[in-house]
Design a protein around this ligand. Sequence first.
Ligand SMILES: [Zn+2]
Length: 549
Amino acid sequence: MIKRLFRISAYLVALFIFFFILKSFTPKQDFSILIHNGFILDGTGNPWFKGDIGINGNRIEAIGNLSDKRAGTKIDATNLIVAPGFIDVHTHCDRQIIEVPTVDNYVLQGVTTVIGGNCGGHPYPLQELFNELKEKGMSVNFGCLVGHNTIRREVMGLKMDPPTEDELDQMKILIQKEMEAGALGFSTGLSYLPGTYSNTAELVSLVSALVPYGGLYTSHIRDQGQKITQAIQEAIEIGENNDIPILISHIKLAEDSVWGKYEMITEPVEKARERGVEVFLDQYPYTATSSGFTSSFPSWCFEGGREKFLERLKDKDIYKKIKSYIIERRLSSTKNIDKLETITIAYSKHNPEYEGKNLREILLSQKKEPSIDNAVDLIIDVEKNGGASGIFFQMDEKDVEYLMKLPYTMHASDGSVQIKGNGMPHPRNYGTFPRVIAHYVRERGVIALEEAIRKMTSLPAQTFRIQKRGMLREGLYADITIFDFQTFKDNATFSNPHQYSQGLRWVIVNGEIVVDDGMHTGKLPGMIVYGPGKKQEEENENQDRTGNP
Ligand SMILES: [Zn+2]
């Protein structure tokens, strides 16, 4: 008996020694990445605390004092801000991610998740794009909304009438299909075609198709000038009738006649919130907008398609009508502002020589008098030749700052994936997030740094019900942006937009380093961010691709 006990304990001791030796020969690694000694801003709006973050696989495994731990890669974050990766809820990124999977203009702002399908347009069918992105990879996470314009065009073309019962049902079926593919919600672009032809009843009915799936309603509302209050009320009505959250896109007072009248926005929003309706705003930090010139035209002139539009232009009376509409919408000012200088061509396939020039400069270069009359003819001519996108300086800096401070406003770019050097895009494509921190936090003191970070991370994640992102917490995905608060700054300007920011040091997406000491590594660890309608197994399958433990 004693002999036997002795033998067992000798065996145990030998085993113990064996493992001890084995352990001392294998280098001990607690984490794949250890971020050491940073000022941690966790995304909730709390002020920073000092600490370390340990990452394994695609998750944050530990936060605290981890100075005695070992890691495959150690990042010295001394004197740097360590924040959750920025979530841009308002983008027009979609198929271009396949062309530019490194999504440099977003990654180099510290953005780790982009949401596309805004303003009523999305890549249909969504499942195809998701499959392709999963196969080819991308540097950021990508989620998408279902666009009303896309769905309506698919079912009704460019018809101006309200939908028949049958057309309404067909649109709902398409919405459901996209929700099941993993869309995050439904977006409208009510100053674009053909969304502008829809009425509130159509939208209330279409949004009811979301209800079984969850998801939110986002809207580029019908009017961002004198009728903005009614337009906001319409968006609220559509969400409230279906009991789902509402996000008003790229909030602004876009006509000089309403500058300073913030209550036109805050009153309907805050009244709705008081009665328990979830309403949020997103905003880009610039005083200029950017869109196609098509939205400067009356919507009826495009009914039936392009051929019909060109035909209508030949009718003198109709031409006159279109002209006076554009003057009222784009070229008149209550503050004696020379509107010809406030409108610049960003892209024009047919007239690339116009890019980067304002209407006055273009007319002068053609030896024409820079009059409003000639400017409208120019705009119509550009549209006739295939269209162009423009940049329109139509906001007031004070309004931008006021709206930014509202607790329910989040930062977003309204941009898209850029090919460096192509055209003269709005600088928001390259500079939105660093600009908020450099200009509005550091220079102007409009909001505190922790508040800006909250509006870039946990607020967007909460609004879109994005699980396990938007905060720094153990167990969440390791999407992390590390920057130097003293030097982080946007460099993109209206005259020189293709410029990356400075002061960004590291970006980690799903536990992989995508920006290493300021340089893009080319890694493609991005995942699809699915909405609540997606079946669970497929979501798990996707997560396993990047080594979910
Ligand atoms: Zn929009």
